[in-house]
Design a protein around this ligand. Structure first.
Ligand code: MG
Length: 368
């Protein structure tokens, strides 16, 4: 089989809550997503998506994703879409770095492979574990009491895991952690995610001040070394996210016992092929995982569901249903949250069918 056509669209995804705020005063009002459709010989089609969390979160931005896809696409026409490792090596030879730009193409080829094989991606990624995937809810950074109210409201919708956006003023963050934990049951899980927002002295004060509270600490500081220094000063379970972007940081983190949980964002690794390798390595090393992406709509949520559902349950700390945060759905068959959980489709590929007539004009449409 050959790739015979690559088409891509830009898509705005507004938020139900109007905005999403996290450390350092950063915020997003409307997510800028990019959809890719890869067509193979005989007309079989696969879909992928990439959606950076604005331009100032990871070293990725929406226009950069589109520039990268536009750069790669002409040289991918004629390539074999079902040989994922070869395809990734070809993308790496064409464009150094920029893993997020490659992510949507890789994801689309996994969807296409599933259609060729007649199997859901979940099966191709290792097999389905358990009946459903437990989700977390990200709680946008607001005043402590407002965040506690938000946690209580989402708890009523069935969520039992909450990722609190901290990384702001340390005193206020301590309040945020205390106020939200107070509205939870002992079996609920609370993660204080600073998204690199604290300096070491601030993080050290926060973890000491909440020592009596059952809370996970996620990516308190900017660098791996700074996070490791906080890890060594606290007995809270510890999550690494932004600085874990490949297999090497996972191996280093394992050697240093730097984290209990790693956050596997699909586009941070460059697509499902490399996210799966990271997932499999974490399973071998005994590291729990949050399975997600930087953000996204229906296609990314479907991809998360397949990677998460093919992860052994004891390693699946939590996952995200990003499409429930945004007001726009554009694909039939996408996972829909039920009682704080989602399920990977049992249809072939990612199990989604974007409604092309709702997408507008593509910014890229190349044929062999
Ligand atoms: Mg995080």
């Amino acid at each position: 089989m050959k790739i015979t056509r690559i088409t891509a669209w830009q898509l705005d995804l507004p938020l139900h809550e109007g905005s999403y705020k996290w450390s350092g005063g950063k915020s997003v009002l409307v997510f800028d997503s990019t959809l890719v459709r890869v067509e193979g010989s005989g007309g079989v089609v696969g879909w992928g998506e990439v959606c950076p969390l604005g331009p100032a979160y990871l070293p990725s931005y929406a226009a950069g994703a589109r520039a990268g896809i536009t750069e790669l696409a002409p040289d991918l026409l004629g390539a074999e879409p079902t040989e994922l490792m070869r395809l990734n090596r070809r993308m790496d030879a064409l464009l150094k770095g920029h893993p997020y730009a490659k992510s949507a193409i890789d994801m689309a080829c996994w969807d296409l492979l599933g259609h060729v094989a007649g199997l859901p991606c979940c099966d191709l990624l290792g097999g389905r574990y358990g009946a459903r995937i437990q989700l977390y809810r990200a709680i946008s950074q607001e005043a402590p009491q407002r965040m506690a109210e938000s946690v209580a409201a989402y708890r009523d919708e069935g969520y039992r895991r909450f990722q609190l956006k901290v990384g702001g003023d340390p005193e206020e963050d301590i309040e945020r952690i205390r106020a939200t934990r107070a509205v939870l049951e002992p079996s609920d899980k609370l993660i204080a995610d600073a998204n690199t927002g604290w300096l070491m002295h601030e993080a050290a004060r926060v973890v000491r001040a909440v020592r009596d509270i059952d809370v996970y600490i996620e990516q308190p500081c900017e660098t791996y070394e700074q996070c490791l220094s906080i890890r060594r000063r606290t007995d809270h379970p510890f999550v690494m996210d932004e600085c874990i972007d490949g297999l090497t940081p996972i191996l280093r983190g394992y050697a240093d016992l730097a984290m209990d949980v790693a956050n596997i964002k699909i586009s941070k690794f460059g697509g499902l092929t490399r996210a799966r390798a990271a997932r499999d390595l974490c399973v071998e090393l005994g590291i729990g995982m949050t399975i997600e992406d930087s953000w996204g709509g229906d296609v990314i949520t479907a991809a998360i569901s397949h990677l998460a559902h093919s992860t052994p349950e004891e390693f699946r700390f939590t996952a995200t249903d990003f499409n429930s945060y945004v007001t726009r759905d554009f694909a039939d068959g996408a996972p829909r949250r039920e009682d704080g959980h989602m399920v990977a489709s049992s249809a072939p590929g990612l199990g989604i069918s974007p409604r092309v007539d709702e997408l507008g004009d593509p910014f890229l449409d190349l044929k062999l």
